[in-house]
Design a protein. Structure first.
Lengths: 204, 204
DNA sequence: CGCTAGCCTAGAACGAGTTCCAGTGACTCG
DNA sequence: CGAGTCACTGGAACTCGTTCTAGGCTAGCG
């Protein structure tokens, strides 16, 4: 990671950066209270001391705002995870361990997780760039966890994409109460087996 | 003292069943025009010759309506797929072939697919039973495609769940323009490898 | 110093999902 | 036959995301 890749924010002044932070903070706070529905644009604006129109200048829709919130949280998590890399040996186990850590972190703020994930999957084409950024962040977290020596192969990247798919979707089923935590764990462990399967030096 | 009954499936008169059909039909038609946003409750009501309040009696929210629409379409697809079972030999290939067929069918009505999938992933707890029905239908389609002789093992069921996760999430990335059709194909083929991996009598 | 350009604020206004209400018609039970 | 019940109708009303308008404040520039 070299420079800030904020697309919407080109050279913000300090006051503007502070506003942006206040908005994201208010968004996360409201989200952790009551999830997606609790993040109401008027309230976000009020809580961050900004006019409604200004909020919309910074984030052109509620989904944009929540996806940006997710970016923020993910960056946080990425750093945290980096500080304590997984203890397992095998790449598959390392990824599973990392994702379960992330999952436990989300469990602590289920409403926030709900808001962010719902926004992410509900996002339409107009939010694609931002969603893509989130996706790249997630990919980076997984690749980090794998602890590869060399660049990943195309096959491995496919496996990582599938793991991401499973991660998001499993999260949704858990958030909507249709899957238990144990089931999410099993699903993650199952999909992580793909990593062994696509290792360049097969241990099959 | 009459017990509260689920309005969906229990003891509808003929006129009511006809109304329900008209509503679902109007919903699908509007969805195939312009996706999620084009399905407007007032318009659905008008197009199916029903008052708005009545529409809400049958389907308590737009998401409920669209998930029910998906149920309907999935049932259709299940029958169609049954009539032409996959030609491949190996279970993994059979499932991949079946899902790609389903995918091509969705490509023909991308807006409809958009509306249904967005509704599905956006659904909150109040829609859990309906979403679960959709999930069971999908599971049935995949299990059918596998062409098992015996009941699936727990491991296989995990693999099927992961395939479902991947299916939904890959669909979303395609619908929001962040993945190409080729990429969806690769992801599906990748995840289907889990089937071989969890086969009770390993084919390799 | 005054002007113009932007960004910001307050608040009205609009659209679509959802809820509510008064009335109507049909069917059942007494 | 009469009364009550219940689904349906038409439409008003409410909420919240989003857009629009008018005016104010700041900054840079002549």
């Amino acid at each position: 990671m070299t420079a800030e890749v904020k697309p919407a924010a080109l050279q913000l002044t300090e006051r503007q950066e502070a506003r942006r932070r206040r908005i994201l903070h208010a968004s996360a706070r409201l989200a952790s209270r009551g999830g997606f529905d609790a993040v109401q644009m008027r309230e976000v604006a009020e809580n961050s001391g900004v006019a409604l129109g200004t909020l919309y200048r910074y984030f052109p829709s509620k989904v944009h705002l929540l996806v940006a919130t997710m970016q923020d949280q993910l960056q946080h998590m990425h750093e945290t995870l980096r500080k304590r890399p997984p203890t397992e040996e095998e790449p598959a186990a390392r990824v599973a361990q990392t994702l379960m850590r992330a999952f436990r972190a989300l469990q602590r703020e289920p409403h926030l997780a709900d808001a962010m994930v719902r926004a992410l999957t509900f996002a339409d084409r107009s939010v694609s760039p931002e969603v893509d950024t989130v996706s790249r962040l997630t990919t980076a977290i997984i690749l980090d966890a794998m602890g590869l020596d060399e660049a990943p192969t195309a096959e491995q990247l496919s496996a990582v994409r599938v793991i991401e798919h499973t991660w998001h979707s499993a999260l949704i089923t858990w958030l909507s109460g249709r899957a238990s935590i144990a089931q999410v764990k099993i699903d993650i462990e199952t999909v992580c087996r793909l990593i062994d399967l696509t290792a360049p030096t097969p241990a099959r």
